[in-house]
Write a protein that binds this ligand. Structure first.
Ligand code: UT7
Length: 325
C-alpha cells in the first residue's frame, strides 16, 4: 500500500569563520591539545562572531539547503528549528528564519531536545507530513553554545562549538516498502530522571538568567552508548535491516570514543562512520546536519543510500532515524 514518505531533497550548512584550536584553549584554561584529542577526538571548533546569532546561522544553512535541493524558498510551508540556544526566550528563532527567507505562509517553530533536537525535528516533520497538513519543510539544527559555556570550566568549555545545518524534506508518495526513499522509521526517547547530569543552570522561570552549561561528563558517557544502541536496534527491528545493510552511519558528534564504541557494539564498519567532531566539536542539534552536508559534498552519501542517524543529549533525550537518501 502506498504511503507518504519524508524525502530529503538537499542539505546545507553554515560555520562561523573563527576557528578555536585546542592549543589556543590550552592558553585559556588548564588543558592540553593531547588531553582533548585523546579523550574526545576534537581538534578545533568554530565560534560565532560578535553579534552573530543562532537565527543568522540557521538562515545561512537554510539558504544553502534550498540551493542544494534546487527549490525556491517560497515552496516551503513548514520550518522546524532545533536549538537550545535561541536568539530570544520568545519568539522562536524559526520565525526569524521564516522572515529572513521572505515567507509569510505556513508555520515555523523551535524544538528543544538539546543534542537530539535534529532527530526529534525529523520525526516531528515526518508525522506532520503524514497528516497531509504540510508538503515541504526545512528542518534545521543551529546552536551558539559558545554563549552558554562557562569559559573557566575546562571540563565543558573544550567540548562544544557553534554552527548550523539544514535539510529540505518533501512529502512524496512512495510504495510503503523498506526500499522506499525517505524516512523509513524513527524512534524517540527521553528520561527526565537524568536532568541533573547535563543541564543549563539558568532560565526564564527559575533564575531569570540565561545560565551556563553544567555536565557530569563521565555519567553522561556511561549512559550514552547503551541508550544510542537501544534506539538503533529499535530501527533495525522496525525495518528488518541490520548493521550490514547500513551504507552510512551519521551519529551525533559529541565524542569520538562514544561514536567508535557505538559503531563497534552494533557491528557497523568503521569506514561507514561519518565523523566531523575533530573539526566541529559538539555542536549539539547542529551536529548531524553539519555532518550530513560534509558527507554529501565529498560524494560519500548518494541517492538511494541507507543512512542511520542517532543522537543523545540533555534530558536525557535520545533517538534514531533511518532513512534512504
Ligand atoms: O552531546 C551531549 C552528550 N554529551 C556527551 O556525550 C559527553 C559525554 N562525556 C564525555 O565525552 C567525556 O566524559 C568527557 C570528554 C567529558 C570527559 O572524558 P572522561 O574520560 O570521562 O574524563 P573524566 O571526566 O573522567 O576526567 C578525567 C580527568 C579528571 O581528572 P582526575 O579527577 O582524574 O584527576 C578531570 O579533572 O581529566 C580531567 N579533566 C581535564 N584535564 C585536562 C577534565 N577536563 C579536562 C580538560 N583538560 N579539558
Amino acid at each position: 500500500m502506498s504511503m507518504l514518505r519524508s524525502v530529503v531533497l538537499g542539505c546545507g550548512s553554515y560555520l562561523p569563520t573563527r576557528v578555536l584550536s585546542n592549543t589556543e584553549l590550552s592558553r585559556m584554561v588548564d588543558t592540553s591539545d593531547e588531553w582533548i584529542t585523546q579523550r574526545t577526538g576534537i581538534r578545533e571548533r568554530r565560534i560565532a562572531a560578535k553579534g552573530e546569532t543562532t537565527a543568522d546561522m540557521a538562515l545561512a544553512a537554510a539558504r544553502a539547503a534550498l540551493t542544494a535541493a534546487g527549490v525556491e524558498a517560497q515552496s516551503i510551508d513548514l520550518i522546524v528549528l532545533a536549538t537550545s540556544t535561541p536568539d530570544n526566550t520568545f519568539p522562536a528563532s524559526a520565525v526569524s528564519v521564516q522572515a529572513g527567507l521572505g515567507l509569510t505562509q505556513g508555520a515555523a517553530f523551535d524544538l528543544q531536545a538539546v543534542c537530539s533536537g535534529f532527530v526529534f525535528g525529523l520525526a516531528t516533520v515526518d508525522g506532520l507530513f503524514k497528516t497531509g497538513a504540510f508538503q515541504r519543510a526545512l528542518v534545521i539544527g543551529a546552536e551558539t553554545f559558545s554563549r552558554i559555556l562557562d569559559w573557566s570550566d575546562r571540563s565543558t568549555c573544550v567540548l562544544f562549538g557553534d554552527g548550523a545545518g539544514a535539510v529540505v524534506l518533501e512529502a512524496q508518495r512512495e510504495h510503503g516498502t523498506r526500499e522506499d526513499r525517505g524516512i523509513l522509521t524513527s524512534h524517540l526517547r527521553s528520561d527526565g530522571r537524568h536532568k541533573a547530569k547535563l543541564y543549563v543552570d539558568g532560565g526564564p522561570s527559575s533564575t531569570q538568567t540565561v545560565g551556563h552549561l553544567r555536565m557530569e561528563g563521565r555519567a553522561v558517557f556511561k549512559h550514552a552508548v547503551a541508550m544510542i544502541t537501544d534506539v538503533i536496534e529499535d530501527a533495525f527491528k522496525a525495518t528488518g535491516y541490520s548493521a550490514r545493510d547500513i551504507d552510512w552511519f551519521v551519529p551525533h558528534q559529541a565524542n569520538k570514543r562514544i561514536i567508535d564504541d557505538t559503531a563497534k557494539k552494533l557491528g557497523i564498519a568503521p569506514e561507514k562512520v561519518v565523523t566531523t567532531v575533530d573539526k566541529h566539536g559538539n555542536t549539539s542539534a547542529a551536529s548531524i546536519p553539519l555532518a550530513l552536508t560534509v558527507a554529501v559534498a565529498d560524494g560519500r552519501i548518494k541517492r538511494g543510500d541507507l543512512v542511520m542517524l542517532e543522537a543523545m543529549g540533555g534530558g536525557f533525550t535520545w533517538g534514531s532515524a533511518l532513512l534512504r537518501w
